[in-house]
Design a protein around this ligand. Structure first.
Ligand code: ZN
Length: 466
């Protein structure tokens, strides 16, 4: 199979189409971002319905789909959040491309920390501020722009297959996503899946997200006594559970701050400029605090394991007395490298804990959470086509980036559609502040993202038939 490159003429057609229509695309983004569709139980489900409806109307308006539906999974008798599914079947052996985004948003959080109203999208300079302006309503309008561009440039009878899947519960952890995929597998099946829910390297430099770390979390309970003791009576002769827990947890990192668990996989990130100064600024590291770990900073945050103790059940300072605790629970969160198997990482973590348990304390395991990492290892025509489209759309060479966290639904996609090539693209940039107050999207970058996705669809449409 050969990859079709867009001609200079097509590239300028795509740019001019997006330029001509960008004001109306921006208005659509503003209208969508006014709807506070939040899939958390504490929020009004009506808004989420309105949000799904608005997206389905926009998709119907393109007049390219065989159907546009609002659907939900009915796993366990409890309906999931409304997702929008639209499909136009591929013709003459052309590829089927699925475009993913989500229409639900994060709760606004602390209203006082917003400089504009979270659900009153506000333009300041080149940035549009508002909850969902970037994550992920910018993804939806990018797909819409690309669909309209292919219709305009390749003609209404274009042969590329297109599937739209706009989820409605991503920010709530996609609880019914897997069921939804299984129930709608026929309509969602595709050769290429484009997930527009990540970021670009900068507003100028486009990126594909090619690695995501996975997650292993484990609750443990360390016990040393069968009841609480007065520390003035027995302290010094018997260990309390807090002391044993602290000693145990302290073995999980080496002196430099690397994860000390033997046998965990680690990879290498692409070499992109990222300085210690930038790390300090981005992370808010205090002036005297040193960075930890070894290897490049991007290796450490994208392709090596990282471990954080995210909870310890002890006594609060306010309620503390001179008591030795008999048992202490804690929760360990281990980010695992792309290519790691969560079950294997969990076994290595447990082997480490058991080998380092001090004073013959007793160790019990509680709740576990496992999330698969993602690594783009498949190859295929779509990735080079996407790189060419991004480079043309931005006028800058596209780079490969990683994410230190996970996007759990991507693991589900790889399981249900093992043959599909998955591309994770971005509509966010380093200043987007997704999930935080003052979320925003850079409109100049969004325009380039729209051109790029249009070019990718056009390349798919010109792709040799299977
Ligand atoms: Zn998102």
């Amino acid at each position: 199979m050969t990859m079709s490159q867009n001609t200079e003429a097509t590239i300028s057609q795509a740019k001019s189409f997006v330029n001509r229509n960008f004001d109306s695309f921006t208005s659509e983004l503003i209208e969508l971002a006014k709807i506070p569709g939040i899939a958390w139980e504490a929020f009004d489900a009506q808004d989420l319905e309105r949000s799904a409806k608005a997206v389905s109307e926009l998709l119907k308006g393109t007049q390219v789909f065989d159907f546009v539906d609002v659907r939900r999974s009915h796993a366990d008798g409890k309906p999931g959040a409304p997702a929008v599914v639209a499909r136009r079947a591929a013709k003459n052996g052309k590829p089927q491309i699925l475009l993913y985004a989500h229409h639900d948003v994060q709760p606004p959080g602390d209203d006082g920390a917003w400089q504009t109203k979270p659900f009153e999208p506000t333009l300041k300079g080149t940035r549009l501020y508002g909850r969902g302006a970037a994550d992920d309503k910018a993804g939806i309008v990018t797909h819409l722009a690309a669909i309209r561009a292919i219709k305009e440039i390749a003609g209404a009878d274009f042969e590329l297959g297109l599937t739209l899947f706009i989820e409605g519960e991503e920010e709530a952890g996609s609880p019914t996503f897997r069921n939804f995929l299984d129930e709608n597998a026929t309509d969602l099946a595709a050769d290429v899946i484009i997930v527009a829910d990540s970021g670009n390297w900068t507003v100028e430099i486009p990126a594909l997200t090619t690695t995501l770390r996975g997650l292993v979390s484990q609750v443990i309970e360390v016990s040393t006594l069968d009841h609480a003791l007065h520390s003035g009576m027995y302290g010094g002769a018997v260990p309390d559970a807090m002391m044993a827990t602290i000693k145990l947890l302290a073995t999980l990192h080496d002196e430099a701050g690397n994860v000390a668990i033997q046998g965990l996989k680690q990879g290498k990130a692409d070499e992109l400029p990222y300085s210690e100064d930038q790390l300090r600024t981005d992370s808010g590291l205090l002036p005297t605090t040193q960075q930890i770990g070894s290897g490049s900073i991007l290796d450490r945050i994208w392709t090596k394991p990282a471990l954080t103790v995210i909870g310890i059940d002890g006594q609060t300072v306010a309620m503390s007395s001179n008591t030795m605790l008999p048992s202490v629970k804690s929760k360990i969160s281990l980010r695992i490298a792309p290519g790691e198997v969560p079950e294997e990482a969990l076994a290595l973590l447990r082997a480490h804990l058991e080998a380092n348990l001090p004073f013959g304390a007793s160790l019990k395991y509680g709740e576990i959470e496992l999330g698969k990492p993602f690594a783009d290892l498949k190859g295929g025509w779509a990735k080079p086509a996407a790189e060419a489209a991004l480079s043309a759309g931005f006028g800058q060479e596209s780079v490969n980036i990683g994410i230190g966290g996970s996007i759990p639904f991507i693991a589900d996609l790889t399981e249900v559609f093992p043959e599909a090539q998955i591309l994770v693209t971005g509509v966010e940039d380093p200043d987007s502040r997704a999930h935080s107050p003052n979320e925003s999207v850079d409109l100049e970058m969004l325009k380039k993202a729209m051109v790029s996705e249009a070019l990718l669809l056009l390349a798919g449409n010109a792709h040799e038939a299977r």
